[in-house]
Design a protein around this ligand. Structure first.
Ligand SMILES: *[C@@H]1O[C@H](CO)[C@@H](O)[C@H](O)[C@H]1NC(C)=O
Ligand SMILES: *[C@@H]1O[C@H](CO)[C@@H](O)[C@H](O)[C@H]1NC(C)=O
Ligand SMILES: *[C@@H]1O[C@H](CO)[C@@H](O)[C@H](O)[C@H]1NC(C)=O
Ligand SMILES: *[C@@H]1O[C@H](CO)[C@@H](O)[C@H](O)[C@H]1NC(C)=O
Ligand SMILES: *[C@@H]1O[C@H](CO)[C@@H](O)[C@H](O)[C@H]1NC(C)=O
Ligand SMILES: *[C@@H]1O[C@H](CO)[C@@H](O)[C@H](O)[C@H]1NC(C)=O
Ligand SMILES: *[C@@H]1O[C@H](CO)[C@@H](O)[C@H](O)[C@H]1NC(C)=O
Ligand SMILES: *[C@@H]1O[C@H](CO)[C@@H](O)[C@H](O)[C@H]1NC(C)=O
Length: 606
């Protein structure tokens, strides 16, 4: 890697520029230094029964299991019991499992995956998570509140990654505070999604818009000057930072004296209070690789997909970046991502906004012919780029990361010889719901609540494509992952209405299969009797409060209504609890009974 002497940033502020983002540029730039004693840049994660989690993750999960989950499950149990009290008796085993009668290992190991699909998916996912949030009185009344607090893991990609990471770094606020911000005077605190300001097109005045893009590009100059590759993904990162990272609210959105989240790293999530106290589900995000060495015949034949199912898929958590896929099965510390190696370590490469950008980077899908580019959202950025970082050969498609796994597993890892990883949106292989991190055997997740807000149909509804893709990918790696059978065709999802009501997969899987039970909740249509609001276009980058409220409220209804015989299911909260404990029930050798039997008949697909 070229490490040029750091040019004083002021020298880069040409008279052309409106405001020089010196401080932000310095904060966004990684620094290089000798690796601290004892730091290893590669962890082999093993395979089969020898597969391991990082020691830090293991400590987090154990801490959460001991200090947080017993109370969380009991709270959830009380919530469900109270909400269905006059309606049904829950089987005794549900209470026994959730009140800890079987010890720490007797609780369900529960994870949540929230899909991509741009802002729409972030909003729909937030509405569903709000319905599972034990802090919201409406959710308690519905009998679904408390499940979020009981989850061990929370995975996101693309739009879902914006939701999961903004939530984690903002110290796990309520969803209303997450989206609309809270009144905190500290400029480095959480200011809300600022969704009424477009992600790229910030005003109706072309000069103002261009100035904004210039600011974004200026902020990546420090990274470039440190010799790190910068691409369109870094520019994207800097605008995401003003919406999904601490440090910007509506009032100070255009203040050029603020760093707007530059300097906040992904690894710093581990320093946030609610994380330190194990009070958050462990957040994980997914990124795809657009390797030049992929097997193109494994690209699914659907529009918008560019990544073969057989390419390695990466995850990032507060501690590690890497892949449990068998062809690599290795990790590097998130904190030292971007390190050149040979004893030299980078810090600050893992900017939160950059990682958010990687997981949601779809620029490779644009038409990159010169004339098409000019007409696309990239057009103005391109001009700004050329003016500020001349002759740098800026890549307008992928995000680039110095390959931490260079030289690893040369027989199986297709990017072993690549010095840079070419990274794109985590859904570009077709798996828009981030199941993968939750299928990692060492994580022992048994029940997955999957939120699917992909725009598969012409009207921007989900049709099961994403979960089918996961089934297809798992088939390539049968020794590494297990997934319950789902219908192989979208037509079946639509014909059987599986996207229009909650559906459970894996109810009759055997123990030997290792399949988790999947609680699938899709954005497949509006709640019963309401006009459609949650199927906005993936390209919509601006949302006003009214529209947000409408969508959040519909997502809440979708998550809390259940559907039986075409009408709202009064027993839904009980049915959800039955699904959540079903694997734990099986482990204890207890037979399904009572309302749980009829519930599973109703919601299970087989
Ligand atoms: C609780 O959820 C309801 C339903 O979506 C919503 O209207 C309300 O604002 C939420 N309350 C808080 C404090 O977030
Ligand atoms: C973001 O701000 C919140 C307060 O709004 C704070 O609790 C949290 O620690 C901050 N996150 C980071 C990564 O600094
Ligand atoms: C656009 O913004 C620029 C810079 O703030 C300002 O000078 C100009 O008058 C604005 N143009 C219009 C049409 O409002
Ligand atoms: C690419 O994938 C196809 C389909 O899975 C397989 O038949 C073929 O052998 C693969 N090619 C290489 C070079 O691995
Ligand atoms: C992709 O799908 C289209 C439309 O169904 C079909 O015409 C085409 O043959 C398919 N291509 C491949 C490689 O399967
Ligand atoms: C890309 O855009 C150019 C110019 O607008 C057009 O001629 C070409 O057909 C487009 N290519 C694709 C693959 O859409
Ligand atoms: C990497 O390069 C070495 C030496 O040129 C070669 O033997 C090996 O097959 C290459 N590996 C991959 C995965 O391309
Ligand atoms: C949303 O769905 C409704 C009903 O299915 C449809 O009429 C409408 O066009 C869709 N909106 C968008 C933006 O696709």
């Amino acid at each position: 890697m070229k490490v040029s002497a750091l040019v004083p940033l002021a020298a880069l502020c040409s008279p052309l520029l409106v405001a020089c983002q010196e401080e932000a540029a310095a904060a966004y730039a990684p620094t290089l230094g000798a690796c601290p004693e004892g730091v290893s840049l590669i962890r082999n994660a093993g395979s089969g029964s020898r597969q391991t989690l990082s020691a830090d993750e293991y400590v987090y999960i154990s801490g959460r299991e001991e200090k947080v989950l017993p109370d969380a499950w009991r709270f959830y149990l009380d919530t469900v019991t109270e909400s269905v009290r006059d309606l049904v008796d829950m089987p005794a085993y549900v209470s026994e499992i959730l009140d800890g009668s079987y010890g720490y290992s007797g609780y369900p190991r529960f994870g949540i995956a929230t899909s991509g699909g741009g802002y729409r998916a972030a909003i729909f996912g937030a509405g569903v998570l709000n319905a599972l949030d034990g802090r919201n009185t409406s959710s308690l009344k519905a009998g679904t509140g408390g499940l979020l607090q009981s989850a061990t893991y929370l995975a996101g990609l693309s739009g879902g990654n914006l939701l999961v990471t903004s939530l984690a770094q903002a110290n796990f606020p309520t969803f209303s505070d997450l989206i609309f911000g809270s009144s905190d005077e500290n400029v480095n605190s959480w200011g809300g999604w600022n969704a009424e300001i477009d992600l790229l097109d910030v005003s109706t005045n072309a000069t103002v818009d261009e100035d904004y893009l210039i600011q974004l590009v200026e902020e990546i100059v420090g990274k470039y000057e440190m010799g790190f590759p910068v691409t369109i993904c870094d520019v994207w990162a800097r605008t995401l930072s003003r919406h999904f990272v601490n440090g910007t609210n509506l009032e100070d959105f255009s203040n050029p004296d603020l760093t707007h989240g530059a300097g906040v790293t992904f690894s710093s999530i581990a320093t946030v209070d609610s994380f330190v106290n194990y009070e958050q589900p462990f957040p994980i995000i997914v990124i795809d690789s657009l390797s030049p060495n992929g097997n193109a015949s494994n690209i699914l034949n659907q529009s918008g997909l560019a990544v073969p199912l057989t390419n390695p898929i990466y995850e990032v958590n507060a501690y590690e970046m890497g892949s449990f896929d068998p062809m690599l099965s290795a990790f590097t510390p998130t904190k030292y991502l971007g390190s050149p190696g040979n004893g030299e370590c980078a810090t600050g490469f893992d900017q939160l906004s950059f990682i958010q950008g990687l997981s949601s980077n779809e620029f490779n899908l644009y038409n990159t012919s010169a004339s098409a580019l000019q007409a696309s959202p990239i057009g103005p950025i391109l001009e700004v780029f050329e003016a500020i970082i001349p002759e740098s050969g800026i890549d307008l498609t992928v995000g680039l990361v110095p390959n931490p796994f260079y030289g690893q597993s040369p027989e199986t890892y297709i990017d072993s010889n690549e010095t840079l990883l070419q990274l794109v949106d985590g859904g570009e292989d077709g798996e828009v719901v981030p199941f993968l991190p939750l299928l990692v055997k060492a994580r022992e997740v048994e029940v997955i609540f999957a939120i699917d807000a992909a725009a598969d149909t012409e009207e921007n509804w989900a049709d099961g494509s994403s979960i089918i893709s996961t089934q297809d990918r798992v088939a390539f790696f049968p020794n590494s992952y297990s997934f319950p059978p789902v219908p192989p065709l979208q037509a079946t999802f639509l014909a059987e209405g599986l996207t229009k009501r909650p559906t459970f997969f894996g109810c009759s899987s055997t123990v030997a299969s290792g399949d988790p039970l999947v609680i699938y909740l899709a954005n497949g249509g509006p709640p019963l009797g309401q006009p459609a609001m949650t199927n906005t276009s993936t390209d919509q980058f601006t949302y006003y409060a009214d529209e947000l409220d409408g969508m959040l409220s519909q997502a809440f209804d979708v998550a809390t209504q259940g559907i039986a015989d075409g009408t709202k299911d009064a027993e839904w909260a009980a049915c959800l609890a039955c699904a959540v404990v079903d694997r734990a029930r099986r482990r204890e050798g207890i037979a399904r009974s009572g309302v749980c039997e009829s519930c599973l008949d109703r919601y299970c697909w087989d």
